[in-house]
Design a protein around this ligand. Structure first.
Ligand code: PAZ
Length: 270
């Protein structure tokens, strides 16, 4: 944690003092795991590939943002989305000429515990960046978990019949992020549903409940084609440009989010 904090503070200092104070976004990406044993052998996982987070990160860097990429280990990485998942690729480094490294800090997590701790660390470190900071919370965060204290230490025995596990609700950290950790940051959360009939209702509810600046609503089967940005100024459907094979929904989505962030910064200075 000490090393992470040192890198984080250095990254924020470098970027908030360069070019008259660069905007900094924390992009969360991929899914959190829920360990079932303290000496973890088994865990609950989810489907998230990290594609949304990685593609969005590339677009934020292109728009001039410095990005803190909080990602699930082993999921999709920016600038490597179309490459095979091969650990050999980790051996390559960015050439200095691109200057992408100075704009991108990658921090990995696996468990729900690591994710929440890291998110808090980042939010508190970004507090002084105020309205120029943004949280873009695309990670699929577990809703249920086994609290550490009620978790068995050793591997769960397999010979004792069906397994009953009681999962507790993960505390909703979004409210704490908004009200305590980083109250001045621009905040975008995501809502995923598999039943399109309830998607918009849930997203609108989340907008009101967590007082975020917008909720990106998406449905599992169409998430790569379209999303809806739900905010107090109405709902905007954002689509991938179907006639361009190299286009992604994130290209148009990030353009819209960056515009909204600019308005937010202007209004905060008035
Ligand atoms: O990671 P991915 O590209 O496969 O999927 C992205 C996503 C669906 C996880 C993301 O767009 C999202 O909706 N995240 C929040 C999920 C939730 O409701 O918890």
């Amino acid at each position: 944690m000490e090393e992470i904090l040192e890198n984080l503070n250095e990254f924020i200092k470098l970027n908030s003092s360069s070019q008259g104070g660069r905007r900094i976004v924390c992009v969360t990406s991929g899914g959190t795991t829920v360990p079932l044993e303290q000496r973890c052998v088994r865990y609950i996982d989810n489907f998230s590939s990290g594609n949304r987070g990685a593609a969005s990160t590339e677009n934020f860097v292109k728009a001039g943002y410095a990005v803190i990429f909080l990602y699930r280990r082993g999921t999709c990485q920016p600038y490597c989305r179309s490459l095979p998942d091969d650990p050999f690729l980790e051996c390559f480094e960015f050439s200095d000429k691109t200057n992408i490294q100075g704009s991108l800090l990658k921090l990995p997590f696996s468990t729900i515990y690591e994710y929440l701790q890291m998110l808090r660390l980042i939010a508190e470190a970004l507090k002084d960046v105020g309205p120029c900071s943004m949280f873009y919370l695309a990670a699929a965060v577990s809703d249920f978990y086994v609290p550490w204290k009620s978790m068995t230490e050793h591997k769960i025995e397999s010979g004792s019949g069906p397994l009953d596990i009681r999962l507790a609700q993960v505390p909703k950290m979004l409210s704490v992020l908004r009200s305590n950790w980083a109250p001045k940051a621009f905040c975008i959360s995501f809502k995923l549903e598999t039943d399109s009939k309830i998607l918009m209702e849930k997203a609108t509810k989340a907008l009101r409940k967590y007082k975020v600046h917008a909720v990106v609503a998406n449905e599992l089967s169409t998430r790569k084609e379209e999303v809806v940005v739900v905010s107090s100024s109405g709902n905007v459907v954002v689509r991938r440009e179907c006639d361009k094979p190299e286009s992604f929904v994130e290209d148009n989505l990030i353009r819209l989010i960056v515009d909204r962030h600019s308005t937010y910064i202007k209004e905060s200075h008035n």
